[in-house]
Design a binder for this molecule. Structure first.
Ligand SMILES: [Zn+2]
Length: 367
């Protein structure tokens, strides 16, 4: 692919989290267009902090559902069950997760007997196998000509736990290579991108390099300041809900003076690199207006932002913290298995986005 296809660096959507970017990739839109602003958010309608796992929160139709409507045989396979509902919204096709592959039934998932079909047993979610199962399923679906339009979404457990140069990572990528090779052999045009990057977020002694923002802000400005960590998801071993971007909500009536003081204070904190008020965040970070809070705060390359020291369970982590969510994890590769047309080469040089991947792969490659 690297010799005969095309490779460039693309900008993902912020926050650089899984649900946000997977929603962007399947809709072709930034979060302002599809509404998914995190894995987790404070629902302004209810005032409750909830997971954003449901298609109920999605505000745009997907490329997958549209492809099925015009007659393509679509399959969507995700490692994590948490993404299945959003990614299979309105989709008439095959739709299952590696995590719950044994639960797949024809009427609800468009397929059953998945383990037999793929030739591997259902994987443990905290493993390299969880991602490899997704690629193996994709290869099997294409080899057996069950589908001709396939979206495969892996999980970042290995990248959270191992740095890229470790034996575990190298072995994982070599297995990925093999499965992508199987997919290429079917004659498919392949587009590859990532939902986000990943950085080490720990000190030399292995402890997490974290700023507990709600502790600092509540001490100085009172309990009306709430910090939401939108990386929070059910998979605690990955990151302990510590990421590089948080949302700050203020529960008191609007007070511009206080907001300015909070903004000034945030900018002085070591490890904080960017602070945006609501309107700037909506405009510059392309976020949905009603799910953005009063401030968006991002951290530097080797820091994460947390809520309070009590809130995060760091004993769950499987190793020194590696995480994502902010500016330093925004840049990702964009790769196609076939060369780009001259028009798309020009586009690839002008701020390409990871959520252009379907457009580049389908419309932008030399066939
Ligand atoms: Zn992650």
């Amino acid at each position: 692919m690297l010799h005969h296809g095309y490779r460039c660096t693309a900008r993902g959507a912020l926050p650089s989290f899984t649900n946000v970017n997977n929603a962007s990739i399947v809709t072709g839109l930034p979060p302002s267009g599809h509404g998914i602003s995190g894995n987790f958010f404070l629902d302004p309608k209810t005032g409750k902090e909830v997971m954003m796992n449901s298609a109920h929160y999605l505000r745009a139709s997907t490329i997958l559902a549209s492809a099925a409507k015009i007659g393509r045989r679509v399959a969507m396979v995700t490692a994590k069950e948490k993404l299945r509902d959003i990614l299979s919204h309105d989709l008439d096709g095959i739709r299952f997760s590696a995590e719950k592959a044994n639960m797949a039934r024809i009427d609800t998932h468009g397929i059953e007997m998945v383990e037999e079909f793929v030739g591997y047993p259902i994987p443990e979610i905290y493993s390299a196998e969880a991602s490899l199962f997704v690629l193996r399923a994709g290869a099997a679906l294409l080899e057996k000509n069950i589908a001709d339009f396939v979206y495969l979404s892996t999980t970042d457990y290995i990248q959270h736990v191992y740095s890229p140069d470790t034996l575990e990572s190298l072995e994982f990528y070599s297995h990925m290579d093999y499965e992508i090779g199987r997919i290429m052999k079917t004659g498919a045009t392949i587009g590859i991108t990532a939902d986000h990057g990943m950085n080490a977020k720990h000190k030399a002694d292995g402890s997490p390099n974290v700023v507990y923002l709600e502790n600092i802000l509540q001490y100085e400005f009172g309990e009306s300041v709430r910090v939401i960590c939108p990386i929070t998801d059910p998979y605690v071993k990955h990151h302990g809900a510590l990421g590089s971007l948080v949302i700050i909500h203020l529960s008191h009536p609007k007070d511009p003076k206080l907001e300015r003081r909070i903004e000034q204070r945030l900018k002085q904190i070591e490890g904080v690199t960017e602070v945006y008020d609501h309107n700037t965040a909506v405009e510059k970070l392309e976020l949905p207006d009603d799910r953005t809070g009063e401030f968006i705060v991002m951290s530097s390359r080797n820091f994460v932002l947390g809520k309070t020291s009590k809130y995060h369970d760091l004993t769950a982590l499987d190793g020194p913290l590696r995480s994502h969510g902010g500016r330093y994890e925004e840049k990702v590769p964009l790769i196609t298995s076939k060369p780009l047309t001259p028009e798309y080469i020009i586009r690839s040089e002008k701020d390409p986005r990871n959520f252009d991947v379907f457009d580049f792969t389908i419309n932008g490659t030399e066939q």
